[in-house]
Design a protein. Structure first.
Length: 310
């Protein structure tokens, strides 16, 4: 049973009553102002009827009076908010008003309601089937979207954890390399201080100095490299965290307002999902890691040469 509100232009009372009877015989629940009693609150009755109606049938046989125009506007508002079906029924030379030009009309002409009642019921039944298909499809889309969003969150959580662990490992490796630099430098200094002066030669000092310089430079470069990789992995981990936050916000927005959202609004709800931020791996600069051993060796050789000349 469908709740139907019938509006009319006021000059076809007998025909409207026949149409109401046909619809009621077909098992439909019909509201029409012709059923109201003289002491009824007309405005309240019409408002309640429009609020409860699923279908708005407008019988048009001539010019549309102001009260009927008001009912049309209210029906259009309800139609946008909760899909109220509007069916114009054109009697004689009646025409569809401009604001209802996209509604499917029934051209009754001079026929009796019994001759076109099937057309009205067919439009109502077709709209019901479309609504059922739309509702079923919506449930499927919501399920698919929920699965997709959950999978995306899980993947981002895995990426976040993996990148965070890698960042911690590389930062730890950097600390180890720095400790090795300190240890090797300390050992070299101790050896140099404890070595008898009569056993040292210029060539020996030069070779030991170069070896120490190379080893310290390589360890320092490895420490820088480990620190740079740790920083990059941590940046990727934070990016995954930001994406998870964006996905969760979009999921909340969709669950709260999903029924009222258009495809464009759904897309905008998840617009920060794919964060457009350059990966720090692409910005790694070899100059920051290069220990500049050649330059240091040149400086050391120059210093020793000057000392020898002196």
């Amino acid at each position: 049973m469908t709740k139907i509100f019938i509006s009319h232009t006021g000059d076809q009372g007998l025909l409207v009553k026949k149409l109401v009877n046909e619809l009621r015989r077909a098992g439909q629940h019909v509201f029409v102002d012709l059923d109201m009693l003289p002491d009824d609150d007309v405005t309240q009755q019409i408002t309640d009827g429009l609020e409860a109606a699923e279908v708005f049938v407008l019988v048009i046989s001539g010019e549309i009076p102001e009260w009927t125009a008001n009912e049309i506007e209210v029906a259009r508002v309800y139609g946008r908010s909760r899909r109220m079906l509007i069916i114009p029924v054109l009697i004689g030379d009646g025409r569809v008003p401009p604001q209802l030009k996209y509604s499917k009309a029934v051209k009754a002409g001079e026929r009796e309601p019994s001759a076109y009642i099937a057309d009205i019921l067919a439009i109502i039944e077709g709209d019901k089937k479309r609504s059922e298909i739309f509702a079923a499809r919506k449930v499927e889309v919501e399920k698919d979207l929920a699965v997709f969003v959950n999978e995306a969150v899980v993947r981002q959580q895995e990426h976040e954890a993996k990148n965070r662990r890698a960042a911690q490992l590389w930062h730890g490796a950097g600390i180890v390399f720095l400790l090795l630099v300190l240890g090797f430098a300390g050992a070299s200094s101790y050896t140099a201080l404890t070595m008898p002066s009569n056993t040292t030669t210029y060539t020996g000092v030069l070779i030991i100095g170069l070896l120490n310089l190379v080893i310290v430079g390589v360890l320092t470069a490895l420490a820088r490299y480990a620190h740079a990789l740790g920083k990059s992995y941590m940046s990727e981990s934070l990016k995954s965290s930001d994406r998870i936050h964006a996905i969760q916000f979009g999921k909340f927005f969709l669950s709260a307002y999903g029924e009222k959202l258009s495809p464009t609004e759904v897309k905008e709800a998840f617009q920060h999902w794919n964060i457009d931020r350059t990966s720090t791996f692409a910005s790694l600069d070899s100059k920051e890691i290069d220990p500049q051993i050649y330059a240091l060796v040149s400086q050391l050789v120059g210093a020793l040469s000057n000392r020898k000349v002196a």
